[in-house]
Design a protein around this ligand. Structure first.
Ligand SMILES: NC(=O)c1ccc[n+]([C@@H]2O[C@H](COP(=O)([O-])OP(=O)(O)OC[C@H]3O[C@@H](n4cnc5c(N)ncnc54)[C@H](OP(=O)(O)O)[C@@H]3O)[C@@H](O)[C@H]2O)c1
Ligand SMILES: *[C@@H]1O[C@H](CO)[C@@H](O)[C@H](O)[C@H]1NC(C)=O
Ligand SMILES: *[C@@H]1O[C@H](CO)[C@@H](O)[C@H](O)[C@H]1NC(C)=O
Ligand SMILES: *[C@@H]1O[C@H](CO)[C@@H](O)[C@H](O)[C@H]1NC(C)=O
Ligand SMILES: *[C@@H]1O[C@H](CO)[C@@H](O)[C@H](O)[C@H]1NC(C)=O
Length: 336
């Protein structure tokens, strides 16, 4: 090959790379030596207008996960209770078969539901998730809530510290490379830290403009626990905001000015802000265009003044307060 042809080839490779290079989320170090991508795809279909869980009726989650992997996502968040594990699994197998990714490129999270909190139930529940996902291991397994509740709604008194010991068993067996918790408050995390030998690698909690969680983020930073932020858009979109939800929405002038300046959407500015708080957001979308948009947030940076403006939206307002569980002895939030 002549030098000229080599140069042309190199130029073409660089150009194609620049134009088609998908979003790439940098890796964040976990306290167990592993790494997690700084943004992931959420796969919970959420509540419908009547407040009931949106039924999983078609294969839109599978297509969303496929679109996400094509767009550069390597981190997917699911849970036994979402009933989307099968679809996540099919998408992963399809993308591996197409040669787009290998299993070890992906970071897959699932969660233990409230009715399997007995220590002896954790490993069997995890194996059921793995079977639905058609995987041999998870990258991260979380206790979904500190609350122990049978399927029929009755609470039972299994302490989440016992559950955590079952999680440690799962990690020792290699079924979950990292283990963590979700929706635990500070006191509950403290109990795990003082009563067991393995620190959670991750705390997954709600973080968005209305609920910025400065104390929890600081506490986790001090203890080397990574914070994954769920419901990252909170009440930003008009169609998703409860009537009493504090501002902002997507028509807020402060946000519009920032988004104009960087040629980014409000959704992207919002996600970027969460990342700069030190959070790993897991935005959910089943819309390919939005899936692509949500990961294109690693090529700009907000100024301190912009961050200060956005900090002012923190109203300690919870989008998912699960008030129906307030009478559980392990309810983690302030009661209404
Ligand atoms: N640990 C827990 O207890 C817990 C609780 C809640 C959630 N989670 C996890 O966190 C994930 C995310 O939270 P979430 O699903 O509650 O809410 P979210 O990600 O804050 O919001 C999802 C909504 O935003 C829309 N959307 C996404 N990107 C958009 C964009 N760029 N522009 C406009 N609209 C956009 C989606 O619409 P379309 O899908 O129609 O595009 C969907 O209606 C969940 O899927 C789940 O994996 C965990
Ligand atoms: C599970 O994945 C394997 C490839 O690793 C594939 O051959 C098999 O068909 C999948 N099983 C199901 C039930 O999808
Ligand atoms: C709820 O389910 C548990 C476990 O299966 C059972 O022990 C309990 O009696 C049930 N309670 C009610 C009120 O049905
Ligand atoms: C937009 O955000 C600013 C804070 O930066 C706030 O003062 C204002 O009330 C918000 N506007 C609306 C319409 O919510
Ligand atoms: C944390 O949860 C426990 C229940 O396990 C509750 O007693 C405590 O008040 C909660 N702490 C905070 C700070 O909300």
């Amino acid at each position: 090959m002549t030098l000229t042809r080599l140069c042309v080839l190199a130029f073409l490779v660089i150009c194609t790379e620049a134009v088609t290079r998908p979003g790439v989320a940098p890796l964040v170090q976990l306290n167990d030596g592993r790494e997690i991508p700084n943004l992931g795809l959420g796969t919970w279909l959420g509540f419908n207008k009547a407040g009931a869980p949106e039924p999983v009726v078609d294969d839109k989650v599978q297509h969303a996960v496929e679109a996400a992997i094509d767009a550069g996502y390597r981190h997917i968040d699911t849970a036994a209770i979402y009933e989307t594990e099968e679809q996540v699994g099919i998408a992963i197998q399809n993308k591996i078969a197409e040669g787009v990714v290998a299993r070890e490129d992906l970071f897959i999270t699932s969660k233990l539901w409230n009715d399997r909190h007995a220590k002896k139930d954790v490993v069997p529940a995890l194996k059921e998730s793995l079977a639905r996902l058609n995987l041999t291991y998870l990258d991260l397994y979380l206790i979904h809530w500190p609350i122990a509740q049978y399927e029929n709604g009755t609470y039972y008194d299994t302490d989440y510290v016992e559950t955590w010991k079952g999680m440690i068993d799962a990690q020792v067996l290699g079924l979950a490379r990292s283990i963590g918790v979700s929706n635990f408050n500070r006191t509950q995390l403290d109990r795990l830290l003082t009563m067991t030998t393995v620190k959670p690698a991750v705390l997954q909690i709600e973080v968005n403009l209305n609920l910025q969680q400065p104390q929890m983020i600081k506490f986790c930073k001090e203890h080397g626990i990574a914070v994954v932020g769920y419901t990252p858009f909170g009440s930003l979109f008009h169609n998703r905001a409860a009537p009493n939800a504090p501002p902002p929405r997507t028509d807020n002038q402060t946000l519009l000015k920032i988004s104009d300046k960087y040629h980014k959407t409000i959704a992207q500015v919002n996600l970027r802000y969460l990342i700069e708080l030190g959070v790993i957001p897991i935005p959910k979308s089943v819309t390919p265009k939005r899936i692509g948009e949500n990961i294109e947030v690693f090529d700009f940076q907000l100024t301190q003044r912009e961050r200060d403006l956005m900090r002012a939206f923190d109203k300690n307002y919870r989008t998912i307060p699960v008030t129906m569980w307030e009478d559980s002895p392990y309810y983690p939030f302030h009661k209404k």
